[in-house]
Design a protein around this ligand. Structure first.
Ligand SMILES: Nc1ncnc2c1ncn2[C@@H]1O[C@H](COP(=O)(O)OP(=O)(O)OP(=O)(O)O)[C@@H](O)[C@H]1O
Ligand SMILES: [Mg+2]
Length: 249
């Protein structure tokens, strides 16, 4: 299980996260919804220490346990360990433009984990086949569609075999006809048992795939529950308002 407690993050004068608590069981898919500016991206970035919270703890209690307390200043090692446990898929893919699909996927295993080149290459080829890109491995990002680039992004995040996969609106930059391929890839990962936190407005994906849906507003979790309960019987006014707004879009 991954236990997240009391995550606080401020930027200058602005408090962005006001004490986020979340439990994620192994193999669960958590979908995070919420209005623009509510802190969803910031929260995901805190989960792999791309942002440093001022306060809060994250506990992984499995085969390689980790406890990280952000209020402690001397946690460099823990931060590296946290980064190795989580793989991030970004809204705008963030691929290296001068590297091929294969090289993008090999980057983490070779340069971060120190894997031998041949092994990393074989594993990267397998991962790219898994996301449906076996015939594109030697192409550069500019030669790929947005949906293909995003699937390279997913393969790259998987390559370090993280315990937790983080997706920040992975389909929101895509043309509508490319969205489904990426969602299908993510659905396949969920079925394989990957533990995933997904920020998305794709309600159908949430209904089909999520175990828990979390609604954030103004740096807080307003409500969480099963997708059926949350979508059909929301309890909080702010959840109702937000659902109304996205259904009207
Ligand atoms: N590096 C930063 N420096 C200063 N303020 C920031 C920084 N990153 C985010 N913020 C602020 O934090 C708030 C939350 O931003 P965040 O990107 O987490 O929201 P979000 O819920 O992901 O929104 P969206 O749905 O638009 O992606 C915003 O007010 C934003 O301006
Ligand atoms: Mg965001």
């Amino acid at each position: 299980m991954i236990k997240i407690r009391n995550i606080h993050k401020t930027f200058g004068e602005n408090t962005i996260l006001r004490g986020i608590d979340l439990d994620i069981q192994k193999g669960q898919v958590v979908v995070i919804l919420g209005p623009s500016g509510s802190g969803k991206t910031t929260f995901l970035r805190c989960l792999n220490a791309l942002e440093m919270p001022e306060q809060g703890t994250i506990t992984f209690d499995n085969s390689t346990p980790l406890f990280i307390d952000f209020s402690n200043k001397n946690i460099k090692k823990d931060i590296l360990a946290l980064r190795r446990k989580s793989g991030m898929v970004f809204q705008n893919y963030n691929l290296f433009p001068h590297k091929t699909a294969l090289e993008n996927v090999m980057e983490g295993p070779v340069f971060v984990q120190g894997k031998p080149l041949e092994q990393a290459r074989k594993e990267a080829e397998l991962l790219l086949s898994k996301v449906g890109l076996a015939d594109k491995i030697n192409l550069y990002p500019f030669q790929l569609s947005g949906g293909q680039q995003q699937r390279v992004g997913i393969a790259r995040a998987l390559a370090i075999q993280p315990e937790l996969m983080l997706f920040d609106e992975p389909t929101s930059a895509l043309d509508p006809e490319l969205v489904q391929d990426v969602l299908n890839t993510m659905k396949a990962l969920a079925n394989e048992g990957w533990t995933m936190v997904v920020v998305t407005h794709e309600i159908k994906f949430a209904l089909d795939v999520a175990d828990i849906v979390v609604v954030m507003d103004k740096g807080e979790i307003v409500e969480q529950g099963s997708p059926e309960t949350l979508f059909n019987n929301p309890q909080h006014e702010r959840t109702k308002r937000f659902l109304h707004q996205i259904r009207a879009e």
